[in-house]
Design a protein around this ligand. Structure first.
Ligand SMILES: [Fe+2]
Length: 208
């Protein structure tokens, strides 16, 4: 279990943050495998508003869920979800992780049906607030920051029309929150991710 856990409460919503989630020695394998799965199952850019690269839903892939590395990863994640349930009073047995996927913002040179022009246009159109969205019927959302050029490229969550909660995305940290609240990632500019990518692993829970 991670060395540090912080819980913040705003307007009856809990924001759970854990640092050093995965043992240091597992991180390079996790990175290698995340890139492989992302590239192997990447969706077309038109299927996602942003980021440009997102994997397919991975939990329906037998080879993925049964691999030792990923089962270790989700075992850790589940411990944090259990803690979050304890804190928020959500009955653990009433929920399950139903989907998980990987996102990456890096170089715009990647294959797909899109042209580079299309991708550039989409990137230009993106604005953090314009990309605010909510996951309906998901009481629990988790974002794990695997790679991030700077912690400031984290996640923002809308509390009220005038109040925003901002989570910094340190590498190997995670945030668990209520994804029905409008939220969006804070993406680094292209020049930054061309040097160093931002990669997250995301999971959503639903009621069983
Ligand atoms: Fe989301």
């Amino acid at each position: 279990m991670s060395k540090s856990i912080q819980v913040k409460k705003h307007d009856n919503h809990y924001f759970y943050k854990a640092s050093e989630v995965i043992p240091e020695e597992m991180l390079s394998d996790l990175y290698g495998s995340a890139v492989e799965w992302l590239e192997k199952t990447r969706k077309e850019i038109t299927d996602e508003v942003y980021p440009p690269e997102a994997s397919s839903q991975l939990l329906s892939i037998e080879e993925f869920v049964t691999s030792e590395l990923w089962s270790k990863f989700y075992t850790e994640i589940k411990k944090h979800i259990a803690k979050y349930c304890e804190i928020t009073g959500i009955e653990l047995s009433s929920i399950k992780i139903h989907s998980s996927w990987i996102t990456r913002v890096a170089d715009i040179e990647f294959p797909g049906k899109h042209t580079k022009e299309e991708l550039r246009r989409r990137l230009k159109q993106h604005s953090a607030f314009g990309n605010m969205h909510s996951h309906t019927d998901n009481p629990i959302g988790m974002v794990y920051y695997l790679k991030n050029p700077d912690p400031k490229y984290g996640t923002i969550v809308k509390l009220t029309d005038s109040k925003i909660f901002q989570n910094n995305g340190e590498e190997n940290s995670l945030m668990i929150f209520d994804p029905e609240l409008y939220h969006t990632a804070l993406y680094p500019p292209l020049e930054t991710v061309q040097e160093y990518p931002r990669i997250t692993i995301v999971a959503d829970c639903c009621y069983v």
